[in-house]
Design a protein around this ligand. Sequence first.
Ligand code: ACO
Length: 325
Amino acid sequence: MGIKFVSTGRYLPDKVLTNFDLEKMVDTSDEWIRTRTGIKERRIAPSEMATSDMVTEAARIALDRANLKPEDIDCIIVATVTPDNAYPSTACWVQKNLGLKHFPAFDIEAACSGFLYGVIVAKSLLESKAATRVLVSGAETMSRAVNWEDRETCVLFGDGAGVAILELSNDESDILSYNWAADGNLGELLIQPAGGSRLPPSHETIDKKLHSVFMQGADVFKNAVRWMADSAERALRDAGMTKDDIDLYIPHQANIRIIESTIKRVGIPKEKTVITIDRFANISAATVPIAIDCAVEEGRLKRGDIVLLNTFGGGFTWGAMVVKW
Ligand code: ACO
């Protein structure tokens, strides 16, 4: 039996924040943001909306598309660095929102790699019969986690949620190979310093804006290209394939220049690469499932296609997966 992505869904808030809007907020320009990152605009969630609300919307779409009822799900995994609360998990709120109970629901934190990690965990749960149908989401409200006075980071991120429903299947759909990794020695290079047990909230942490993203951009860039390319090549080898066998490449959307450098290294043509960063910016764990859902909707990803998923994020964490859709 193989692992099948039965359906997908996405939710993006209506509010669009363009680079021109940002020009009025910090000392930046549309030209700088576009040429350095590829971003033109991003979505921002309204203040009353939390991460679980966006996952719930995306989940309803994915369930509808698969002709499933919420009761057909028996495990929920949400990958996020912007949970509704420290606890309960965002996945538990999604379970409540969908009117469900009495099965496992939990969050995964692997920063931008979280969705890929979640799919790998879901695969193990399905194969060990610990679950029969798993809803995996990558979802973020990054607008609540950036310092809106820091032009070096606030221009990079957006909000949204993507969802996939996975189950065991007898047809040809399957996860053909994957790898996942982390290097905690590089954790300081991309970090939200305060709010946890190391540096609990205080007047000082709030005054110093330590509850927001701090990153060494150049180091993130170099490591992202190196490890995304390395893991993509390894996943292809493990699937007994080459880059020419891929129908579609769906990378994490952190920066268009990271994507371009990675595809150049691996030798993947840009026409086979899904790019959403121009419209949605970096939504951390949500970028890959949202890009998958866009590709399905646009008819770029069809049953039987070979798709390579590839990611990199804080931790650092990274990974790649070859899927027969
Ligand atoms: N607008 C205008 N100027 C800016 C802005 C801005 N928004 N941000 C920085 N600058 C300035 C800097 O202050 C610097 O000025 P200086 O030369 O006077 O000191 C100048 O622009 C150049 O800055 P650099 O850091 O050299 O610019 P670079 O070309 O490296 O691009 C960037 C910066 C986009 C952050 C890049 O390093 C990068 O993409 N890094 C990867 C990080 C990333 O994508 N993070 C996303 C989260 S991580 C993830 O998802 C995996």
